[in-house]
Design a protein around this ligand. Sequence first.
Ligand SMILES: C[S@@+](CC[C@H](N)C(=O)[O-])C[C@H]1O[C@@H](n2cnc3c(N)ncnc32)[C@H](O)[C@@H]1O
Length: 237
Amino acid sequence: MTNFADRARPPRLTGRLLFAAEAGRDLRTTGAIAPSGSKLAHALIEPVRRSVRPTLSILEVGSGTGALTRALATCMGPTDTLTCVEKNPRLVEYLRRQVDTDTSLRVLGDRITVREADVVEGVMSEKYHAIVVGLPFANFTASETRAICHALDDALVPGGTLTYFSYLGASIVDNFTGDRHSRRRRHSAQALAEFRTGFRQSRRTVWANVPPAHAWTLTRPAEAHLPNGRASRPPAS
Ligand SMILES: C[S@@+](CC[C@H](N)C(=O)[O-])C[C@H]1O[C@@H](n2cnc3c(N)ncnc32)[C@H](O)[C@@H]1O
């Protein structure tokens, strides 16, 4: 339900306040105190913008208040679809309200779905051409990171792209957060590095974000090679 204070504030400000409040409640899962900035959002949606496929099926993971969702909406084609997976119910409620009221999202109509789920259970057997991940991997254990990577791997078609970010300066933060956090971050980074080896990978540094971040793009080879040396064909669409 929208209260008077929500109605009186511009929606983006309400979203920022909500995001900060959720970070205060659970910084480990929320991962930051503010939504991604527009430069980082644009770096992460670049493969969607450049795609030449007639119809894209897009998955966004960890949608938060919709910073990347809005950026995606600006470059989606008329038949593309977007599924947003977010596990925080308060952020899901906010984003669903935005989908109904924010003109940049309302235009997508029923081509956008906001699902309340943990990504490990939430993407099931569906396949996507592009996956945009907004998760704070550095806060996860290596086994959590591996489980998420496994779910994402299953959900990506051959030739598909996956983008995610990692914040810069994590080793400086380690000085304040102690050994346990530092170990967790390094082990999660190692799990991600292993995951990346199955892809063509590129990395761009986005300084104009708080905090600055690397935007990673992973592209799955169009033809996955089978153990017997033959290649499987990518799906037709
Ligand atoms: C760093 S915020 C990014 C929010 C938004 N994409 C942005 O860039 O501003 C991470 C988001 O991931 C969500 N999240 C964390 N773990 C998740 C999981 N296992 N499954 C789905 N969402 C998750 C958090 O609730 C939070 O909204």
